[in-house]
Design a protein around this ligand. Structure first.
Ligand SMILES: [Zn+2]
Ligand SMILES: [Zn+2]
Length: 572
């Protein structure tokens, strides 16, 4: 268990204790212990004596030790047994935290959403001290809204489910190979359902295996060619499994990846040759069906170069693939990651651990960009600590000959537009990222003033997550993206495609315009943990949706080219 996970577990224990109505000192002890870990720059492996840390007492030290050694804690397990599991989701309702949930539980016997709704309808909740009629009305409204299952769900939610399904598929003996299909494979930001194409010689057995391994709410349909289920997740997501043989796998994958519009273009192309394309292959004029090894072979059959799934939009991609290979970025072009956090601010791992993981991905370089001093919730770096970190980075570079770690920072653009460090500090860094993490509700004029100040600073090379949106959670601040692109072009500032599945910011909708304006892009994972590094794939897929060419992405460049770019002064 890494540090971040341990802190989450400590917070969870505190939440349970609050619900239980435990003594506030005990609850505070868990919050304090979490904070103590958060503020310590070392990773869990490096902390030898927990009780030496200020804020960690004997009992919290024991819990942390249990979590580190076994991934479990008896304290937590006992609480999980004692407190009804239906209470935790109530946290997502407006105004409800551990304290209030505890009150509902202990005084009204509420154990889940439906008993809460009943109590609201009977006017019992407004009778509790600290609640009132307005709170009750808000809760009832939110509860009713939740009953309508959203018609589309955001990609971070669907990716988590897909990864769970893939683990199940991987462990099925009767499954030979499988792939994501549909909207998820095309990296759409929202989607209705999930699609998988599964190669098996025994569809019935494969289906049985899957039903065993997955949390299923309902089986909608089950046959030789296909199984549709509703998962037992919060939204009861519908999943289609299409069963293919070794011969039909490629055609099935192509067909069920879509888009519909892309398939229409392919059908038209086949028709011109008096052939028919379907999920089973290509039916020729003489009635025989041609099958394929992989999707590239299908495209080649039509005289086309390969079209990556994310570029299958049904626009002009077939015409372009006829002329030559599509000049699109691919994951193999990526040579580094320019935005990541370590335990020095709010990351889960030490600088060395992050560097090691980046190197293991085959990267040649990375840039360390911990948070700046004003972002206190993330343990942002004081000037003193930043200078110490710059030294640390250079000593890491001395012992690493085949990998370069750039020293950088993710600097807050303050609410009044000032930057969080003076220029003589920024000058010492290889790469300065600026971003907005506060006062999201400001009007467009003020937000743009902040972004303009950052762009016009000679040391700021990149604006991170330019709109601040969180997929499925919040829309971001009032940024005029077109004006920001113009500013970036004028000042030679790059814009980020933050590849985190929770952000995808800028979105593919804007990235094409960024490229057209001659503005450089950095595809960054903004990793706070090792797992988050995997989202580089999603970032690249998002860039492909926007038609981004590798040469316009900073972190595809060889290190010398990148160094040259960084050493060049901005034209501001
Ligand atoms: Zn940020
Ligand atoms: Zn960041």
């Amino acid at each position: 268990m890494n540090k971040k996970q341990i802190i989450e577990h400590l917070d969870l224990i505190a939440l349970y204790l609050e619900i239980k109505g435990e003594n506030p000192f005990k609850i505070a002890a868990y919050h304090r212990a979490g904070l103590a870990l958060e503020n310590d720059p070392r990773s869990m492996d490096e902390i030898e004596n927990l009780s030496e840390l200020k804020g960690i007492g004997r009992s919290t030290a024991q819990v942390i030790t249990d979590l580190v050694t076994s991934g479990k804690s008896t304290v937590l397990q006992d609480l999980v047994k004692e407190i009804p599991s239906g209470l935790l989701p109530l946290r997502n309702l407006p105004g409800l935290g551990g304290k209030k949930i505890g009150k509902l539980y202990r005084e009204l016997g509420i154990t889940d959403q439906s008993s809460l709704q009943e109590a609201c309808e009977q006017g019992k909740v407004s009778q509790l001290s600290g609640f009132g009629a307005k709170t009750e009305g808000n809760l009832l409204e939110a509860l009713k809204e939740q009953q309508h299952r959203p018609s589309v769900l955001p990609i971070p939610y669907m990716l988590d489910l897909a990864e769970q399904i893939e683990r199940a598929l991987q462990s099925c003996d009767h499954v030979h190979r499988f792939s994501r299909a549909g909207s998820l494979r095309r990296a759409k930001e929202t989607m209705k359902d999930l699609d998988f194409v599964v190669e098996t010689s025994d569809p019935k057995q494969a289906a049985e295996d899957l039903l065993q391994k997955l949390p299923i709410h309902e089986i909608i349909g089950q046959g030789e060619a296909k199984m549709t289920v509703l998962l037992d997740d919060h939204n009861q997501v519908s999943v289609d499994f299409r069963f293919a043989t070794a011969e039909t796998f490629a055609s099935m994958l192509l067909h069920f990846t879509g888009s519909k519009e892309h398939n229409v273009l392919l059908r038209r192309l086949a028709k011109e040759r008096n052939e028919k394309i379907s999920e089973y292959g290509i039916e020729k004029e003489d009635g025989t069906t041609k099958v394929f090894q992989n999707e590239a072979e299908v495209y080649r059959y039509f005289g086309l170069n390969f079209i990556p799934p994310q570029a299958r939009a049904g626009r002009d991609e077939l015409d372009r693939a006829k002329i030559g290979p599509l000049p699109l970025i691919s994951l193999s072009n990526i040579k580094g990651d320019l935005h990541m956090h370590s335990t020095w601010s709010d990351g889960a791992h030490t600088i060395e651990e992050m560097v090691e993981a980046m190197r293991a991905r085959g990267y040649r370089y990375a840039c360390l960009t911990d948070h700046s001093r004003s972002l206190r919730v993330a343990n942002g770096l004081s000037i003193e600590r930043l200078e110490k970190q710059i030294n640390e980075v250079s000593s890491i570079n001395e012992s690493n000959k085949d990998f370069t770690l750039f020293s950088g920072v993710e600097m807050d653009i303050l609410p009044d537009g000032r930057l969080d460090y003076p220029d003589d500090i920024l000058r010492q860094l290889d790469f300065v990222i600026a971003s907005i993490h506060s006062s999201f509700s400001q009007d467009k004029k003020q937000i743009m003033k902040r972004l303009e100040n950052a762009c016009r600073n000679p040391y700021v090379r990149l604006i991170a997550h330019p709109t601040g949106r969180m997929l499925g959670k919040r829309r971001g601040y009032a940024v005029d993206v077109e004006a920001l692109i113009a500013l970036a072009a004028e000042t030679g500032t790059a814009l980020e495609l933050n590849a985190s599945r929770f952000r995808l910011d800028l979105s593919s909708k804007w990235l094409g315009k960024v490229q057209e304006a001659g503005v450089k892009i950095a595809i960054d994972t903004d990793s706070h943990s090792l797992k988050m590094m995997e989202d580089m794939k999603l970032g690249v897929e998002t860039a492909i949706r926007a038609g981004i060419k590798p040469e316009n992405v900073l972190n595809t460049w060889p290190i010398d080219q990148l160094k040259h770019f960084l050493q060049q002064k901005k034209p501001v």
